[in-house]
Design a protein around this ligand. Structure first.
Ligand SMILES: NC(=O)c1ccc[n+]([C@@H]2O[C@H](COP(=O)([O-])OP(=O)(O)OC[C@H]3O[C@@H](n4cnc5c(N)ncnc54)[C@H](OP(=O)(O)O)[C@@H]3O)[C@@H](O)[C@H]2O)c1
Length: 249
């Protein structure tokens, strides 16, 4: 069903859990028509939508370039517009940094495919719709979810950190390229309590004892920041670190 002309539409990738679900829920609360996304078709899609307050769910495996293209095409075909794109879906791989051979080229390619190239493809496919959105008088908005490990030499593995560092740099390059019609920003979370970090006891202990905020983030802490970047009409090219201050130590 077509949206009323004033209702802005946000696509949040990877919104089946964790940070993406919290960001989708928050944008829905802020009045956006939200399209949720996950890797696969789900039997429980309607309860997910009810939980998040989203209007639709589209499945697409972002490791597959054709699927990434289809995701944007499906959103536009079904809803006719796109105003906000949150590139949140991402994968990590835990590999000791000193174990160079364990970080195989296959893992490097997977990290680059999902964490950098997929957001790039989604942005490229969404560009025309985002430019159209800006004709409403407000710039369109992209938020890329990076990581603190892309800012400091840390993280679950070198390929993961490097792929997210590439995403940070792409964020700045695109902010320069796509302004003033499309703003492009990033959020770089530290440790966040999501399914991705289940059992990361040493990291949790580090945040509980060393970070000035003495805890890991809740997904809602990151969602608040995403919502603030979406609400603002001026900020672009920023990567906001949200690690409870751990980078100061
Ligand atoms: N948690 C942290 O501490 C932390 C810290 C810094 C940055 N981040 C970043 O924040 C983002 C969200 O992480 P999270 O912790 O919220 O993770 P999560 O709870 O594991 O959720 C990941 C989401 O991404 C989707 N996804 C993953 N690979 C995908 C693929 N190939 N195709 C399509 N969808 C895919 C998953 O979909 P399915 O459920 O369908 O698989 C899920 O919706 C990621 O980019 C991550 O790198 C997380």
């Amino acid at each position: 069903m077509p949206l009323p002309p004033e209702r802005r539409l946000a696509l949040v990738t990877g919104s089946t859990s964790g940070i993406g679900a919290a960001a989708a829920r928050r944008l829905a609360r802020d009045g956006y028509a939200v399209v949720a996304h996950g890797r696969r078709v789900r039997d429980d899609a309607s309860s997910l939508l009810a939980d998040i307050g989203a209007i639709d769910y589209v499945a697409a495996d972002l490791a597959d370039e054709a699927e990434a293209r289809r995701l944007v095409a499906d959103v536009l075909a079904r809803h006719g517009r796109l105003d906000v794109l949150v590139n949140n879906a991402g994968e990590t791989m835990r590999i000791p940094h000193a174990d160079l051979k364990a970080a195989t080229p296959q893992i490097w390619r997977r990290m680059m495919d999902v964490n950098v190239i997929a957001p790039w493809v989604l942005i490229a496919e969404a560009e025309s719709a985002l430019r159209l959105s800006a004709e409403s008088g407000r710039p369109a908005c992209i938020v890329n979810i990076g990581t603190h490990a892309a800012v400091r030499p840390k993280g679950g593995s070198i390929p993961y950190a490097a792929s997210k560092a590439a995403l940070h740099h792409v964020t700045k390059l695109l902010a320069l390229t796509l302004g003033p019609t499309i703003r492009v920003n990033g959020v770089a979370p530290g440790l966040v309590d999501t399914p991705m970090t289940t059992g990361w006891d040493a990291a949790i202990e580090l945040w509980n004892t060393k970070a000035p905020m003495r805890r890991m983030a809740r997904p809602e802490d990151i969602a608040d920041l995403v919502a603030a970047l979406v609400a603002n009409d001026y900020v672009t090219g920023e990567i906001i670190i949200a690690d409870g201050g751990l980078n100061l130590t």
